[in-house]
Design a protein around this ligand. Structure first.
Ligand SMILES: [Zn+2]
Length: 273
């Protein structure tokens, strides 16, 4: 597996590594129903390209947004399936059986690398709907992208010890807690979307630096375009990320900026154009 990942990185290097700026894999992008008219697919794809984003893990409510953007930028968009059809389902989906039917229908029709991003806290992880979602992810060999507290992450790993989980926003947990969780679960990765205290003003925060150095393979950056207006922030977020990443050793910065994302899901759907 390691050899395969190394080979893939070498193969991707001429296309990606040749850029003057550090390429970015954005692990937290949404393109939901209310974004399509504000930022049409062509414009959204152009914003990703302008930002130097070489891969973006995209999910949307409903999934049509992801499919539209995938059609526009198949070289960039890495599709993930969100269990929401409309804005506002993030607090109701855990008790809504129709979510499972919806996921099954989409999984029959399209290919994905992950299910998420979903919001799930504490003991709710053991309700029937999240349980069935975890079973579907296992069956289809998909990652789980969880906006969750550490408690729900633990419960997800109990439901499927072989799960691969991308922890959205690193759970908004402290660096000490994130470190503890990464040390405990080798199949846990974290995106740093919608938080800024780890790298403000082009400097890596003192409490975060040892965590990035200890787990350079487990972090990714992300914009979190949870409202349409955030799309215009994509290039700025990439520039902001490059600034704080420059305060880390170059090999660690490259991994967090793009290599981890490519290794994890950059080629998951097979050969890309
Ligand atoms: Zn999100």
């Amino acid at each position: 597996m390691r050899k395969l990942v190394a080979l893939l990185l070498v193969l991707c290097a001429p296309a990606i590594g040749g850029a003057a700026e550090l390429p970015i894999v954005d692990a937290h992008v949404h393109y939901s129903h209310d974004a399509w008219t504000v930022v049409p697919p062509k414009e959204a794809a152009a914003l990703l390209r302008k930002a130097g984003v070489v891969r973006a893990l995209v999910s949307s409510s409903d999934d049509d947004g992801t499919q539209q953007l995938l059609a526009e930028a198949p070289d960039i968009v890495v599709p993930e399936l969100r269990p929401y059809r409309r804005r506002g389902e993030l607090s109701t989906w855990v008790r809504d059986d129709t979510v499972i039917t919806y996921l099954e229908e989409r999984l029959k029709k399209y290919r994905y690398v992950a299910i998420g991003e979903f919001h799930l806290y504490g003991a709710d992880a053991e309700l029937p709907v999240p349980r069935q979602m975890v079973a579907l992810a296992k069956q289809h060999n998909l990652m789980l992208h969880a906006h969750s507290d550490a408690d729900a992450i633990e419960r997800l790993f109990k439901l499927d010890p072989g799960a691969r989980i991308l922890w959205a926003h690193a759970g908004f947990e402290s660096p000490a807690r994130v470190r503890e969780m990464l040390a405990k679960h080798k199949n846990l990765w974290a995106d740093l979307a919608f938080r800024s205290e780890h790298g403000s003003g082009g400097k890596v925060a003192a409490e975060w630096r040892p965590v990035f150095l200890e787990f350079p393979d487990r972090f990714m950056v992300g914009t979190d375009t949870f409202v349409p207006e955030r799309w215009h922030f994509v290039p700025e977020h990439a520039a902001w990320s490059r600034a704080w990443l420059a305060d880390l050793p170059a090999d660690v910065a490259e991994r967090i900026a793009w290599k981890n994302g490519v290794a994890l899901f950059g080629t998951a759907l097979g050969k890309r154009p």
